[in-house]
Design a protein around this ligand. Structure first.
Ligand code: AMP
Length: 282
């Protein structure tokens, strides 16, 4: 497995790979890898001749400087895990390489960036859109793998890819969870053991909402019951719970609910922010 830190070296290497008609799969990450990331990598390894995984903590997508500073970094152990998963190239650039000057280009995603995560993390998706665009230009993959864990992120990248005609096939990979249902996240390693015991509440809330909806409960009643459930859980703080249209991400009501909804939740355990979601077919 090659570890490359410079864009020019990456381009040169991948150009020669593409010239030989080899397909390139790409998994963008911020490192501190876990089984969720490795599942994406394994999917890529299975389907493509060569798999590139990027590890870069992108400052442009952090609206909270404290969160950026505390984001876990573990390049060495990440590389060991990636090698074992069959990854061929790790691209781990420095910020001076990715953002050599001040960026003035900015992407807008309309209402898609204003709802759910966008409401609580202003500017986050502009930062995500920018880094994914830059990485797509650097890697020029045939396929790129993203997790459903970041449901709204996938929706936005899908729009970005279509709007800007990136010749990349996007693959959305289901959420990988711990045994108790907690969605795997690099942030989980920052939870104390007491906080770790509280963290599954978000998945439990999603499952309860799913059950209620499948039993034909009123959408507003589900909304209320789930918000109450999380608010009553000691140690957890709710940011939002939404029953949304899977395409538009707009909250649905009894009148507008379709055959499928996505349940999205975000909140804190201690000072660790966690997100989760569940797609429900009604
Ligand atoms: P991150 O390093 O958090 O930016 O995540 C990199 C990629 O891994 C994103 O596409 C995430 O959606 C995906 N990912 C993170 N956690 C999980 C998980 N538990 N299950 C599936 N995909 C995940």
């Amino acid at each position: 497995m090659k570890v490359i830190t410079h864009i020019e070296a990456l381009r040169e290497y991948l150009n020669s790979v593409r010239k030989n008609d080899k397909s390139v799969g790409f998994v963008p990450t911020m490192g501190a890898l876990h089984e969720g990331h490795l599942t994406l990598v394994r999917k890529s390894v299975k389907k493509n001749d060569l798999t590139v995984c990027s590890i870069y903590v992108n400052p442009a997508q952090f609206n909270d400087p404290g969160d950026l500073e505390k984001y876990p970094r573990s390049l060495q152990s990440d590389c060991l895990m990636l090698e074992e998963a069959g990854c061929n190239v790790v691209f781990a650039p420095d910020t001076s390489e990715v953002y050599p000057g001040k960026t003035v280009t900015s992407l807008s995603f309309g209402y898609l960036e204003d709802v759910l995560e966008g409401k609580f993390r202003p500017g986050h998706f502009k930062g995500v859109g920018l880094i994914v665009s830059k990485l797509f230009h650097m890697v020029q993959p045939h396929r790129a793998y993203f997790g459903q864990k970041d449901y709204q992120q996938f929706a936005i990248i899908q729009k970005l890819t279509r709007d800007l005609d990136f010749p990349v096939e996007l693959v959305r990979v289901p959420i990988v969870r711990e045994e108790d249902g907690l969605a795997m996240s690099s942030r989980n390693m920052r939870l104390s053991s007491a906080e770790r015991a509280v963290a599954p509440v978000f998945y439990e809330a999603l499952k309860k909402a799913e059950k209620m909806l499948l039993e034909n409960a009123d959408v507003a009643a589900v909304q209320q019951a789930i918000c109450d459930m999380i608010r009553q859980k000691e140690g957890a703080a709710l940011e939002y719970f939404a029953i949304a249209d899977p395409e538009t991400l707009m909250p649905v009501s009894n009148e507008t609910v379709g055959s499928q909804v996505v349940l999205c939740v975000a909140g804190y355990v201690g000072n660790i922010r966690l997100i989760d979601n569940l797609i429900v077919s009604l």
